[in-house]
Design a protein around this ligand. Structure first.
Ligand SMILES: *Cc1c(COP(=O)(O)O)cnc(C)c1O
Length: 388
């Protein structure tokens, strides 16, 4: 079946019994057993790694349904849920690094990940280096003791595209695990596990949830990587609310249709921005002149509503004024909801293996589900007010 159909039918069994369309919310701490023997048998299977409803902290039928749908979409064997996308990243970084190990992290990583490295890897005696977002950059930092290669493609805010099969090949050469932040693609436009990665991480908070009203993260993994993540979650008691899992799974069903609308509206806005004299640069992987466009075209099935604009006269006060004068674009962190957002962004302080030489600050837009004509009129009015 095609991905779009799988989104609709994953983790649902519509034909076996009378029931609602959506897997219901099951709230639980205690799970009851008919006998002591049955309880012991279930716990034994659980301790051997089987996913089984045995205690609220080990997951419920609702969280299992979301995990199954994510595995189906990404081609993983097991999925693990976390309270946020950032918590998913932290769990992966801490699960695959021990004192004496080395971790390689892409320079264009979601910026808060740097803080996890500084405050949690360094003190545990784990070395880490950032690599320029390309194959040669990764080659330069790999060491015999590299246990984890951490990637994100396209990179946060500037959208550098990684050649994932090549990155996976290099990772295998040093026997490391490859974890990829797949939030940009929402697990839908790109499947890193099918290109050689071991773990695909997502902030479900973004496009999958789609309504800017719930936080959740996931790590979808192949064997044997999932065993390690399983140990981390069960040892540390990491679990999520079934209500949140329900809301996110509901979002997943309409993901394909929403992404197509975000993509086509963003493409219209890119076309319009390209013809503006104020604009010096547009970062958008679906544009032919975007660095890595050909790899994007090979490895991704579409684009989303994110784009970043560099202006000829880029000064922080001017960009701030531009954002303040937009009426339909909200000012706020995150993205992937139905609403448009605009955010000034300075890449320079969050790059260490590379130097940002482009216009600065940049303007990151998230193009929402509004009619693009209205968004263009809003951008036009804001750019005019800048000249006035
Ligand atoms: C937003 C984001 C995260 C973190 O997600 P939260 O759920 O907000 O913690 C991780 N990675 C990327 C690429 C993101 O954009």
């Amino acid at each position: 079946m095609k991905k779009q159909t799988r989104l609709i039918h994953a983790a649902r069994d519509a034909k076996s019994a009378t029931g609602p369309v959506n897997p219901p919310v099951v709230r639980a701490s205690t799970v009851l057993y008919p006998s002591v023997a049955e309880m012991r048998a279930v716990r034994k299977r659980r301790d051997a790694g089987e996913r089984i409803f045995s205690y609220g902290a080990r997951g419920t039928p609702t969280t299992f349904a979301l995990e199954d749908a994510l595995c189906d979409l990404e081609g993983g064997e097991r999925a693990f849920l976390y309270p946020t996308g950032l918590a998913a990243i932290a769990a992966v970084l801490l699960s695959f690094s021990r004192p004496g190990d080395h971790v390689a992290i892409v320079d264009t990583v979601y910026p808060p990940v740097r803080k996890i490295c500084d405050e949690y890897l360094a003190v545990r005696g784990v070395a880490y280096s950032y690599y320029a977002p390309d194959v040669d950059g990764l080659k330069r930092v790999l060491r015999p003791n590299t246990t984890l290669v951490y990637a994100e493609s396209p990179g946060s805010n500037t959208f550098e595209v990684l050649d994932m099969p090549a990155v996976a090949g290099l990772t295998r050469q040093v026997n490391a695990v490859l974890a990829v932040d797949n939030t940009w693609a929402a697990g839908y436009l790109h499947q890193p596990l099918r290109l050689g990665a071991d773990i695909s991480i997502q902030a479900l908070t973004k496009y999958v949830a789609g309504c800017s009203d719930v936080m959740l993260g996931a790590a979808v993994a192949t064997a044997p990587a999932w065993q390690t993540l399983h140990r981390t979650s069960s040892t540390l008691g990491i679990c999520v609310s079934p209500d949140d899992a329900y809301v996110v799974l509901r979002g997943l069903r309409s993901l394909a249709a929403r992404l197509r609308q975000h993509e086509s509206a963003a493409a219209r806005i890119v076309d319009w921005l390209e013809r503006r004299d104020e604009v010096a640069q547009i970062l958008y992987p679906a544009r032919k002149d975007h660095p890595g466009h050909n790899v994007w075209k090979r490895d991704f099935s579409g684009s989303n509503g994110l784009l970043t604009v560099g202006f000829r006269e880029a000064s922080a006060p001017r960009i701030d004024r531009l954002v303040d004068s937009l009426a339909l674009f909200g000012i706020g962190a995150s993205w992937g909801g139905y609403e448009s957002l605009a955010l000034p962004f300075d890449p320079a302080p969050v790059r260490s293996a590379t130097t940002w030489g482009g216009p600065n600050p940049l303007l990151r837009l998230h193009v929402g589900l509004e009619d693009p004509d209205d968004l263009i009129a809003d951008l036009d009015a804001a750019l005019r007010s800048l000249q006035a």
